[in-house]
Write a protein that binds this ligand. Structure first.
Ligand SMILES: CC(C)(COP(=O)(O)OP(=O)(O)OC[C@H]1O[C@@H](n2cnc3c(N)ncnc32)[C@H](O)[C@@H]1OP(=O)(O)O)[C@@H](O)C(=O)NCCC(=O)NCCS
Length: 144
């Protein structure tokens, strides 16, 4: 198993994963653009030669990073892959001097909320109708 930075050869499997595991819709060019913006904040986990999950974040300020996407293939969950991705992301954040990480998660996405709480995130509020289908988001913070 390998945790490494995204490269452009991963675009198709990562895009397919985003389409199958996430509810918001994205274009392939978004992944390319965000990769250029902060390459170390875009991390994949590979097993048996296949990308099984990824995490994608951006720097919001000198001290704040934001997780935009995190997904692990459905049949590979609860094996610690999400934890490995998040810990690598934290390590990259620490190198940049990040002090805290933020994210938004759907109110109905209990598995992700429980995952983030296990990682040490705290819920800091709600954003009404944050998602395109009108669902509210929990805003969560993690302090390094
Ligand atoms: C959230 C997600 C990335 C977690 O990935 P994962 O590889 O399954 O996570 P891990 O195996 O590292 O889980 C670590 C811990 O988080 C908690 N956790 C993870 N999934 C959970 C679930 N479905 N129910 C309860 N707790 C859960 C558990 O405490 C788990 O430890 P344990 O398995 O020893 O009990 C994965 O469920 C996923 O891809 N979900 C769909 C996409 C998504 O919702 N992304 C987040 C959008 S904001």
């Amino acid at each position: 198993m390998l945790v490494r930075c995204f490269d452009l050869n991963d675009l198709t499997p990562v895009f397919d994963l985003a389409c199958s595991e996430l509810r918001e819709r994205y274009t392939p060019s978004l992944f390319v653009n965000l990769h250029h913006y902060w390459p170390e904040g875009f991390i994949v986990i590979e097993d048996l030669g296949t990308v099984q999950g990824f995490i994608l974040g951006v720097m919001v300020s000198n001290i704040q990073a934001r997780i935009l996407m995190l997904a692990v293939r459905g049949d590979r969950r609860r094996r610690g892959y999400g934890t490995l991705l998040f810990h690598r992301f934290c390590a990259e954040c620490a190198k940049k001097g990040v002090r805290y990480i933020t994210l938004e998660v759907r109110e109905s996405n209990m598995s992700a909320i429980l995952f983030y709480e296990k990682m040490g995130f705290q819920s800091v509020g709600e954003i009404k109708r944050y998602y395109t289908d009108g669902e509210h988001a929990h805003k969560m913070h993690f302090f390094l």
